[in-house]
Structure formats: structure tokens, C-alpha cells
Design a protein. Structure first.
Length: 154
């Protein structure tokens, strides 16, 4: 899949909702609007995604599906992806089966643990509808001029 990377808050095509006026959508990285935590046990990885607002939690439920998570992790997840909704803390908990090449003690991977899987999930881009970003500050290195790695002498 070859997609053009859009900057945070960049508008994409209007969304048709059956209403007379189309809704505008905004593409963002989960890393810009969410937090994640991950872990592992045997050949299972567990990734929890936390939304800062109720509106974003609803958007995450719509956008971050088990199939999209499985596609994102690609060859690392050979089994099913289960999603559990935890509305009291505005979280989605994903359990990735057959995700660690047999587990830490059996795997020949250079990093056989699921500890870094939260960071990988935060690389997923999602489309948000107008108003779903209200009340939060979007964190993005791409949106700040001069952010990123510094060169010597600067």
C-alpha cells in the first residue's frame, strides 16, 4: 500500500454521511493524539491504546480495528488479533496471538519481546472527523519547525 504521508491537521477528502454537507476529515498519527502501553507473555503480545477524550475514544473504536492492527504488524503477528473495549478508562486493549515467534526464550528475533509494540501501534494513521480533535493538543514533531534531530554546531 503506497500512501502519501499527511501532516497532522492536514485535511483530506470530504466524507459523505448522507447529510447535505460533507464532513471534512483530518488524518493524524495515533502518536500525535494517544498513548499506548504494551507487554508480552509467552507468544502473546498485549497493546493498550488510550484516548484522552470521549470523542477520540469513539473515533478509535471506529478506526482502529483488529484487521487494521493485524495489517500494521504484518509478518510479526501470525495469529488472530482480539480487541477488548475498556470504556471506563477510554482504552482499547489488543491481544495479538502468535506475535512473538514462540516467545522470548524460543525466538531468534533480535528483539523477541512485545514491549515495543505500543510504539509500533502509535505509527498507525487514522482519519478523524470534524470536532473529534476539540479540546486536545496534538503532539507532532512534524508540525513544529526545527524539531527533530539536531546537527552538531547548532
Amino acid at each position: 500500500m503506497s500512501a502519501t504521508r499527511l501532516k497532522a491537521h492536514e485535511r483530506t477528502k470530504p466524507e459523505r454521511t448522507g447529510m447535505s454537507e460533507p464532513l471534512m476529515s483530518t488524518r493524524v498519527l495515533l502518536a500525535d493524539v494517544a498513548q499506548a502501553r504494551s507487554g508480552d507473555k509467552a507468544d502473546l503480545a498485549n497493546v493498550a491504546l488510550f484516548a484522552p477524550t470521549d470523542a477520540l475514544y469513539e473515533a478509535f473504536k471506529r478506526e482502529v480495528t483488529p484487521q487494521r492492527v493485524k495489517d500494521l504488524f504484518g509478518r510479526f503477528v501470525k495469529g488472530a488479533v482480539d480487541r477488548y473495549e475498556v470504556p471506563t478508562v477510554r482504552a482499547l486493549n489488543f491481544v495479538l496471538h502468535q506475535a512473538l515467534d514462540g516467545g522470548a526464550a524460543r525466538s531468534l528475533r533480535s528483539d523477541p519481546l512485545g514491549k515495543s509494540y505500543g510504539s509500533l501501534l502509535l505509527r498507525l494513521e487514522i482519519d478523524l472527523r470534524e470536532g473529534e480533535l476539540e479540546g486536545i493538543e496534538v503532539r507532532s514533531l512534524r508540525a513544529r519547525p526545527g524539531a527533530g534531530a539536531r546537527t552538531p554546531g547548532r
